[in-house]
Write a protein that binds this ligand. Sequence first.
Ligand SMILES: [Zn+2]
Length: 206
Amino acid sequence: MNSERRLHRCCPICEGDEPRPFWSKPSLQIVRCGNCALLYLENIAPQFASGQHYDSSDYHLWPDKLASDYSPVRFERELRIFREFCPGGEVLDVGCSTGAFLFQLQRRFPRTYSVTGVDVANAPLEAVQRARAAHVTVQRAVVAVTQEAIRVCGGRAFLKRYPLERYARDARAAALMRPWTQEIAMQQAWEAALGFDGQPGGAAGA
Ligand SMILES: [Zn+2]
């Protein structure tokens, strides 16, 4: 990107053209709009200006990035800072990428936040839909599998000395666990598919 042609652009909010240097490093120059004070990149590569990059990039789905984003230790610092300003309530994450921040927020503070994420990149949003589908599929399958195991085992399956009755209970309980209970995952999936939360497929609540 460093050697590519760059496009000059005006302020994305007020369309003013009064950029004032704010912060820079060799590949990045951030300016402050002299009219509305928004911080933005004054010169960007054409594919970022047109949105083409976000339609075709699979960067968000690199296995290393996903493993990092969803690591239990990820976002500890960000969550600590966030909690100082927002101890609870509704959260909108603009540019949510894979939604990992919102996932960690709900996982660590259950029932504290109602969250919605939006992003212009299609890949992570499609991945979230696939993850929801996988989640519900597994939640249903484990119930069917344990029921079949009990059928095969017969009456002894309900004796405490065998684990099948515990497996059956745990399998059913898994679908009730937040943040993605079976009902929440399904509702979010059809809301995103029908575009009830913005453009079709354009948002990823969690
Ligand atoms: Zn402006």
